[in-house]
Design a protein around this ligand. Structure first.
Ligand code: SF4
Length: 243
């Protein structure tokens, strides 16, 4: 499996914020987010620059399992990059992790563009659809990003599993400014998302960015009855790898 990094930390975002977690970060992404303030995605070493020499490269699933056994505590968060780019390996990894212990809580963090049987093993699907504010204008990736970033059929598949109580979901939107609101409401309507499952998170990869964007994000949550989530790992460590 193509892996960027493996580390133990706390979950910094969403409904499991604060949970000690073993992070498995896959390498590569099918999108290239770039926000209006010029920030690239917070793990650009997996998406824009997957050849970064600090990325681990091809890693056997047995190695990942052994690393987890050394810690043997906390949630498992499988993130990226985009982990669903490797659906079969992702399913296998989740299945083997569940064989180690049934008490393991697995979160899969995804941009929601791919579906697969891995979903059977996810206790929480954390889906972060990429809005128009993420389009990398003036780069070679605009077309590719625009074509792939929203997959309504897949979003609906995930949401129907939630409606049938087969999985738990959080829809986590990176909030840049009030121009995002119409698109979020449109997606909520088209997919049929329960407002209780929606989290808005301020865009930013530094404490300063988050401080600048936090209040407008909170005000939007109050107005639309959505949940707010901060980015605790950025506040604690900045945008450092392995944290
Ligand atoms: S989808 Fe996620 S990992 Fe991929 S470029 Fe966007 S923010 Fe980065």
């Amino acid at each position: 499996m193509k892996i960027s990094e493996i580390f133990y930390s706390i979950q910094g975002e969403g409904k499991r914020t604060g949970s000690p977690s073993f992070f498995i970060r896959t390498n590569h992404c099918n999108l290239r987010c770039k926000f209006s303030d010029g920030n690239l995605c917070d793990t650009s070493y997996t998406s824009w620059f997957p050849d970064d020499e600090k990325n681990m490269g091809d890693v056997e699933i047995d190695f990942i399992l052994d690393e987890y056994r050394k810690i043997n505590s906390g949630d498992i968060v499988i993130t990226g990059g985009e982990p669903t780019m490797y659906p079969d390996e992702l399913e296998m990894l989740c299945r083997y992790l569940k064989e180690i212990s049934n008490n393991i809580i697995i979160t899969i963090e995804t941009n929601g563009t791919n579906f697969g049987d891995f979903v059977k093993y996810a206790d929480l699907m954390s889906i972060s659809p990429k809005l128009n504010s993420s389009v990398p204008f003036n780069t070679e990736y605009v077309k590719m990003h625009q074509k792939s970033r929203i997959n309504l059929e897949v979003f609906k598949k995930y949401n129907s599993l939630k409606l049938n109580n087969e999985i738990d979901i959080q829809w986590k939107f990176v909030f840049t400014d009030e121009n995002d609101i119409a698109e979020i409401l449109d997606l909520q309507h088209k997919v049929g998302i329960d407002r209780k499952d929606i989290y808005l998170m301020p865009e930013g990869i530094t404490k300063e960015d988050l401080n600048k964007n936090r209040l407008q994000t909170i005000e939007c949550c109050k107005k639309l009855n959505f949940n707010y989530t901060d980015r605790i790992h950025i506040l604690a460590w900045g945008n450092s790898r392995g944290k």
